[in-house]
Design a protein around this ligand. Structure first.
Ligand code: CP
Ligand code: NVA
Length: 308
């Protein structure tokens, strides 16, 4: 039994196996109707709980469909409807759920909730996003990059915008998959220094460059995300928009990246804020492949967790 809590907490060889397994599963069912089962049914007899304390479209649907394709069953639970949202402890919730289900995926606010769930559950726990990280997303992004451009090792990834939870998982991935990472954004929205230092300690270059044009020079991949995350106070919205506007990914900025650079956004996007529609729907963009690849990457993650 293995938890999938973060990319930096998972062995690089296991991460590589998951990406390769995801790709094989994707190829094996290419062209089939979405609801048809995979030839292999490794989750047959398995019950999976998907817990959401925040909204979700991709995570919710891709986990649900992925489990079903592999022969398992799901239940989607909203945190507010559980006793968890009304004072029951995370530890008790974890111990109870472990008597009913074989795997727990949770999207929550505080990282501590995820860690406590993993500590007290007798079944594997998967991080479906916390305020600090979003590892399933970045596994899908690595799969997407490699499908289009081959190995990500040694490439230059540039993040423009807020140094948020999705950036943090990119920093974890930089260290584990061996790519270089540049952050460009205003100093007030810098990522936690710990994420940057940890990646650097693994031998990759992580730079903070204030000028977005300089930052994207030579980029193989340009990434951005919403300027206001689900855990951010709405009162910060206007200030963040003013601070982040110079970091919008638009066609002019993309012209300074490599000619064949890819553009990614985990979605949901606020079109014409963090990225223009011209870029999102333009030739560099692979945003809908990223969304699809959540399905394939998470199927591989669940198989690894369950050892099936
Ligand atoms: N990218 C992502 O996690 O999307 P959802 O919030 O829709 O799950
Ligand atoms: N940074 C965003 C990602 C959403 C998938 C958030 O946490 O709201």
């Amino acid at each position: 039994m293995q938890h999938f809590l973060d990319i930096n907490a998972t062995d690089p060889a296991a991460l590589r196996d998951m990406i390769d397994s995801a790709r094989r599963m994707k190829v094996a069912r290419a062209g089939r109707p979405k609801g048809t089962p995979d030839d292999d049914q490794p989750l047959a007899g398995h019950m999976v709980a998907l817990i959401f304390e925040k909204p979700s479209t991709r995570t919710r649907v891709s986990f649900d469909v992925g489990v079903r394709q592999m022969g398992g069953q799901t239940m989607v639970l909203s945190g507010a409807d559980m006793q968890l949202g009304h004072g029951e402890t995370i530890a008790d919730t974890a111990r109870v759920l472990s008597r009913y289900v074989d795997l727990i995926m949770i999207r929550t606010f505080e990282e501590q909730t995820l860690l406590e769930m993993a500590e007290y559950a007798d079944v594997p726990v998967i991080n479906g996003l916390t305020n600090r990280t979003h590892p399933c997303q970045i596994m899908a992004d690595i799969l997407t990059f490699e499908e289009h451009r081959g190995p990500i090792a040694g490439k230059k990834v540039v993040w423009s915008g807020d140094g948020n939870n999705v950036f943090a998982s990119f920093a974890h991935a930089a260290g584990q998959f061996g790519f270089d990472l540049t952050f460009t954004g205003p100093p007030t929205l810098d990522p936690e220094q710990g994420f940057v230092e940890e990646a650097r300690a693994k031998g990759v270059t992580v730079e903070i460059v204030r000028d977005p044009v300089k930052a994207v020079s030579g980029a193989d991949l340009v990434v951005t995300d919403t300027w206001v995350s689900m855990h951010d106070p709405q009162s910060a919205r206007e200030r963040r928009h003013n601070q982040l506007r110079p970091y919008q990914v638009n066609e002019e900025l993309m012209r300074h990246a490599k000619r064949d650079a890819l553009f990614m956004h985990c979605l949901p996007a606020h079109r014409d804020d963090e990225a223009t529609s011209a870029v999102m729907d333009g030739p560099h963009s692979v945003i809908f492949d990223e969304a699809e690849n959540r399905l394939h990457a998470q199927k591989a993650i669940m198989r690894w967790c369950l050892g099936v």
